[in-house]
Design a protein around this ligand. Structure first.
Ligand code: ATP
Ligand code: MG
Length: 867
């Protein structure tokens, strides 16, 4: 059998022999092409040549191009898992002519390679041409020995190729193969006829020869290109399928090793039928993810990144079907790299990176997946018609991160549909809510100000002072005494750079204003608050901030700088600040980092920061020229705009950052630094939260008290708590096992009774009874016992737990030809208001109506009789 790696090579060598230059595949994440979500065809990298915007360096080229069709104009995501020849990621083999040869050679060579080199059976091949292209039609007749009745005219849909809504395009000629009648999946439909470009899986397209001669303009018109081009694309996986005589791309050596690995991890053997869908979907998706991440893609919440996230989540969900609850996708990356790393070395080079991102993303998704799946189950169980409402679909999306198409697939599996219109309406409503929220925060420029003075400048003196004398320049007050105040001078820090605003008061003998927030609007400090007493008058005021609170904010801010530096020291220089929040309660720091920061690393980071606290380093603030600060190595925020003059905050010799915030004088004032959490907030971005000063002290005290209490409760000295717990837990486990074996034994006795009382229906022994077991695993064990004791017969066991009905049906092997456990279970379930099904010999079903259990048991003989 020809190996796939050899087949790829043979294609390329064939065209090298015909004077083509081998070029590298371009990345699947397109560079500088916003019209394109992913590279979707071999021609993408040559687009500018076709458009006359770039010169071709050689007149002919050949390659194997990595393609992803999972969004945009070409989207095969939904096909994956349904047929065996559409993938999200696939390789497209192609040969090109840039104003050199044209239709004749393209047709001749394609035929030569397929039939002469690869020896595909000529009588199984078909060629299509565009309805307007009699030239190509004629060439197929004269240049090849194809059966002339196998050349067909087709319309725009199949024989006019376009990359996107605009861009180079033209008529094409496709080569299809007839895989044989047995591949038709629509045999049951009397109106169906197998044909090229038809609806069934019998004929598949192998190779598309595109004759590019137009550009599709923005307004939809076609304008001729200055030169003509040949652009061909052959589906590599499909070629491998036919050359390796397989019935599906998945069964070739390109996929089987991945599928085998999935079986190994899940311990669920692969079956080449519907039961193997999850194996196949995962095998497909892991290839797409590996290549996309190797080429710089990153799961995220929008655009390309969102498509990748969806692909990953869909694969992860299929993993659940195989019982995989822990991250597992990342374990498949090695296999993908082994298979294809030879031709695509980036897979090996980026392997660690790919695995890290996939694993992190899986972990994140797993958390919500569990909760979401439960929610989904609830929704399905409580639905009165077979519809998931738009509201529910949106809740799954918004709260549990289920993409709409995931919900659709899951619903479909249960025979439900999803109200997509309703979903979109909910989406729109949420956007509306966000807009309204924004409106509420009215801009101060639209406020009716009362002016005491025309001065517009307001000076900030808060770096040096916590209190100052000032005048009100203008103010606004509403009916509820809410005020906005602008001062000529202020010690209040306005929220910026992640640091919250100061609070405090503005007062004189006649009036007191309480300030709860300060915002800078176009350089002007606007103080928000309430008039507490008196009346606002045009007289001198004292503005005074809550100094203790400011001090706590400064603790957290200075600690943030220490943390930033320590992170770089411990994790590496790649750590970049992505966001920061500093208030009087705690600090939050977001930064680039691909994997979780381990407990050990966190301990080290905390230790370093606390050491710097004890060193009591001076915090120095200087105003410098930006250039100078940069030269000194001050950390600036990436993408942030700075003026010519910048404020540089240095902490001893340890840290130097550009920063506008308010800080301590010495690090010692922090007191204690304590990390409280580490988490992921987006792919590749982690978040650390921490506390300082008295808050940290209180936190430690709280933990200590909690621990004390546990000790008292367990009646154990503090440091023996763990041992005691271990003992209790293992005792508990033992008890559980004992109870379980008692239960099984007593159920076993019940089974004996049941078997003795079995009735006969159509000469078959039938047991139908209620039983007290509240766990599906045990119920199944009982089912096995019943099967053994019955030897030959049918059993229907019904239990009630948590207000729900579970039904287990077994049919002994000798009877499965005539009686199907799944069907019996389904019929019984209907009576208790549920549904279900399963294998011929064993099936589980559920229902809601416990009042109908008796009735259901009574009807079992009749159900069996009518089968
Ligand atoms: P189909 O009609 O089978 O979807 P297509 O018309 O979309 O194919 P082209 O855009 O002409 O295909 O792409 C060129 C070749 O790439 C096809 O002849 C086919 O062999 C292969 N191909 C296209 N889409 C996929 C896919 N999703 N997975 C694997 N191979 C594909
Ligand atoms: Mg297609």
């Amino acid at each position: 059998m020809l190996k796939s790696n050899e087949i790829r090579r043979q294609f390329i060598d064939f065209f090298i022999e015909k004077k083509h230059k081998e070029v590298k595949s371009s990345p699947v994440i397109p560079i500088n092409d916003p019209t394109l979500l992913f590279t979707n065809a071999g021609m993408n990298q040559f687009k500018n040549i076709f458009l006359g915007k770039a010169e071709a360096e050689f007149p002919r080229a050949v390659n194997s191009q990595k393609c992803i069709r999972a969004g945009g104009k070409h989207n095969d995501l939904e096909e994956v898992g349904k047929d065996g020849y559409h993938h999200t990621f696939f390789e497209m083999l192609g040969n090109w002519s840039f104003g050199d040869y044209y239709k004749k050679e393209a047709i001749k060579w394609a035929w030569e390679l397929l039939t002469d080199v690869w020896k595909l059976p000529k009588d199984k091949l078909y060629a299509t041409v565009h309805k307007s292209d009699s030239e190509a039609f004629g060439l197929w007749k004269t240049e090849t020995d194809i059966d002339p009745t196998h050349i067909e005219y087709h319309g725009d849909k199949d024989n006019f190729w376009e990359m996107a809504t605009t861009g180079p395009c033209g008529p094409c000629s496709e080569i299809h193969i007839d895989r044989g009648e047995e591949f038709c999946n629509l045999k049951d439909d009397p109106n169906h006829k197998c044909k090229v470009n038809g609806d069934c899986h019998r004929f598949i397209e192998l190779w598309n020869l595109v004759f590019i001669q137009y550009n599709r303009e923005e307004d939809g018109t076609l304008s001729p290109l200055p030169q003509k081009f040949v652009d061909t694309g052959a589906g590599f996986e499909r070629i491998v399928q036919v050359l390796q005589h397989k019935d599906s791309n998945y069964h070739t050596d390109l996929f089987m090793p991945i599928i085998d690995k999935i079986s190994e991890i899940s311990k669920i053997p692969y079956e080449a039928n519907d039961n193997g869908t999850s194996h196949r979907v995962i095998a497909d998706h892991i290839r797409a993810l590996s290549f996309a991440l190797a080429d710089g893609g990153m799961p995220s919440n929008e655009g390309r990144g969102y498509v990748l996230r969806r692909i990953l989540r869909r694969a992860a969900r299929h993993g659940r079907i195989l019982g995989l609850k822990q991250p597992f996708l990342y374990l498949l990356v090695d296999t993908v790299a082994e298979l294809m790393g030879n031709h695509y070395p980036e897979l090996n080079e980026k392997k660690t990176h790919i695995k890290m991102i996939i694993k992190a993303e899986e972990e994140r998704f797993n958390l919500t997946l569990d909760k979401g799946l439960n929610k989904f189950k609830e929704i399905i169980e409580n639905a009165s018609n077979k519809l998931v409402s738009g509201k529910d679909a949106f809740m799954l999306y918004d709260t549990y991160g289920f993409p709409l198409d995931l919900t659709k697939v899951m619903a479909e599996e249960k025979g439900f549909s999803v109200d997509e219109k309703g979903f979109n309406e909910e989406m729109e409503k949420q956007k509306q809510r966000a807009r309204e929220h924004a409106k509420f925060e009215m801009k101060s420029e639209n406020v009716d100000w009362i002016e005491f003075s025309k001065t517009v400048n307001s000076e900030f003196v808060g770096y040096e002072k916590s209190r100052c004398e000032c005048r009100i320049i203008k103010y606004f007050i509403d009916d509820d005494n809410n005020v906005r105040i602008v001062l000529d001078k202020t010690p209040f820090y306005a929220e910026s750079g992640g640091q919250v605003a100061d609070t405090g008061k503005i007062f004189n003998d006649e009036c007191e204003l309480e300030i709860s927030d300060v915002q800078k609007e176009e350089g002007i400090f606007i103080h928000f608050g309430k008039l507490k007493s008196g009346e606002i008058v045009d007289k001198p005021y004292i503005a005074e901030i809550d100094f203790e609170r400011r001090k706590n904010i400064a603790r957290n801010h200075t600690a943030t700088h220490l943390l930033h530096k320590a992170l770089k020291e411990v994790l590496g220089e790649h750590v970049q600040q992505k966001g920061s929040l500093v208030n009087n309660e705690h600090l939050r720091f977001d930064f680039t980092q691909f994997k979780q920061v381990s407990k050990r690393e966190l301990d080290i980071i905390e230790k370093i920061v606390n050491r710097k606290v004890r060193e009591c380093l001076p915090v120095k603030v200087e105003i410098k020229k930006l250039e100078e600060a940069r030269k000194e190595g001050a950390t600036a925020l990436f993408g942030e705009k700075y003026g010519d003059e910048v404020r540089v905050v240095s902490i001893g010799d340890y840290s130097k950052e550009l920063c506008g915030g308010t800080h301590l004088n010495y690090t010692g004032e922090i007191g204690l630094f304590k990390i409280t959490s580490e988490s992921s907030i987006a792919a590749g971005i982690r978040r650390i939260e921490a506390i300082t000063g008295e808050k940290a002290e209180e936190y430690v005290k709280l933990m200590e008290n909690e621990f004390d209490e546990i000790g008292r409760f367990l009646n154990t000295p503090q440091f023996a708590v763990m041992e005691k717990l271990r003992k209790l837990i293992s005792e508990n486990k033992e008890l559980h096992l004992k109870i379980r074996s008692f239960r099984l034994k007593s159920a076993g006795n019940t089974i004996d009774t049941m078997v003795n009382r079995a009735i006969e229906v159509n000469g078959v022994k039938v047991v139908a009874a209620k039983i007290n077991i509240n766990n599906p695993g045990e119920l199944r064990q009982i089912g096995d016992q019943l099967r053994n004791k019955l030897k030959s017969g049918i059993g229907v066991l019904i239990t009630e737990a948590g207000g729900k009905v579970s039904i287990l049906t077994i049919v002994t092997k000798d009877l499965t030809a005539n009686y199907h456990a799944g069907k019996i279970a389904g019929k019984v379930a209907e009576i208790v208001g549920g549904r279900g099904g399963g294998r011929p010999d064993m099936a589980m079903a559920g229902g809601k109506d416990i009042s109908k259990i008796k009735e259901a048991i009574k009807q079992v003989p009749e159900i069996i009789e009518n089968l």
